[in-house]
Design a protein around this ligand. Sequence first.
Ligand code: GLN
Length: 467
Amino acid sequence: MIDLKNLTVKKAHTAFIKNEYSALDLSEAYLKNIEAKNKELNVYLEVFDDVREQAKEADKKIKAGKAEMLTGIPLAIKDNILIQGRRVGAASKILDGYVAPYDATAIKKLKDAGAVFLGRTNMDEFAMGGSTENSAYGVTKNPNDTSRVSGGSSGGSAAAVAADMALAALGSDTGGSVRQPASFCGVVGFKPTYGTVSRSGLIAFGSSLDCIGPITKTVEDAEIVFDCIRGEDSLDSTSVELPKTNSKHPTKELKIGVPRGFVEADGIDSEVLKNFNESLEGLKKTGAKIVDVDVPSLQYALACYYIIAPAEASANLARFDGVKYGPRLSGENGIGDYFKTRALFGPEVRRRIILGTYVLSAGYYDAYYGKALAARSAICADFARSFEKVDIIAVPTSPTHAWKIGEKSDPLSVYLADIFTVTANIVGIPAISVPSGKTKSGLPLGLQLIAPVGYDQKLFDVCKSIF
Ligand code: GLN
């Protein structure tokens, strides 16, 4: 029996090299777990039928002495990342039956490394939401408490890792969708600097915010996956090559900034705040210096995000017209087909499209979208100023722990839960959520560390030296 609970990418890699078990054995172990748990948790929308073949290919590579760190590692992939020849649907009815015509660049890199794809994971439709309750295919339950959500939008990927239904996973993060479900499920979620991972083959939500990121059990595993998928890509003009700066930061000199006023504002759960303060005490003990930072424009981040993200989404989702992708429903005429097909979008996606087209409309552009862009610049400037004084900024990942399924019926209350995550996307900076303990009732909580543009490696180094 392979001990999946304590397995990491590195441990599995070592086991392959030492011939303790094969990639096929490992994939079998995960398939068995998926078989046992998926019905209850609803993590995977589809488990691929060629997992064993993929694993056998990986075993050939391992036998030939050509194993890379991710060769034979079983991964879960969010349902908005394209794998050639496989269905992909962003958990939406409007893409029902759609088959990806090419590989996302991140997938291509993982394939080159010999990784094994177990299946595609559930998510909020088009990555809009924070609980997978907006999926057209039902909610993903939290493995820690099945009466609760797994977070979102990459809730399937986070639950897969937490429930040992994959060793690592890919998610996408537009406003927190890798970090928040990671914190709800008790695993690590990393959102890279904008552009360091190509967006080619990621179904677009908010193009200036979207990032593919890893969800893993350890910080080291997140680093391994990120190192594989990152890099400049001719298929994404916003992609950048990040030097793998070796920023070994002795924690003695590390200065961590805390925007106190922002963190302690109304709406944060008392257990979350207590856990956050305890985490800071823990950081202090490792020699880090904790200082207050004032980031006045932070109060506008959520409003700014909920204008920019829907605006970009409304433009990106215009392509789903019943002609180019997925099913086409018949109405009375061509326009009728269009309306009928677009009614396949779920309520949250429609809400965002309406909001987005409104803020971009001629009469309101300056009042909303223009203002949001101005706020975005102010937030970026404030962060740049703060990072002159501190190395890293710390905030909780989410103001609450995982909520009960069906508990939040008001969409605004779900939007408010993104208060601590959206900023990193607005500014384009890297951020990581690491498990920071549990509530009294045993629900996981996360601590979020945020670094300046391009300092992704620093986040890994700092986390590895602390946790
Ligand atoms: N919860 C946020 C939203 O609904 C973030 C989603 C995401 O990062 N994809 O927009």
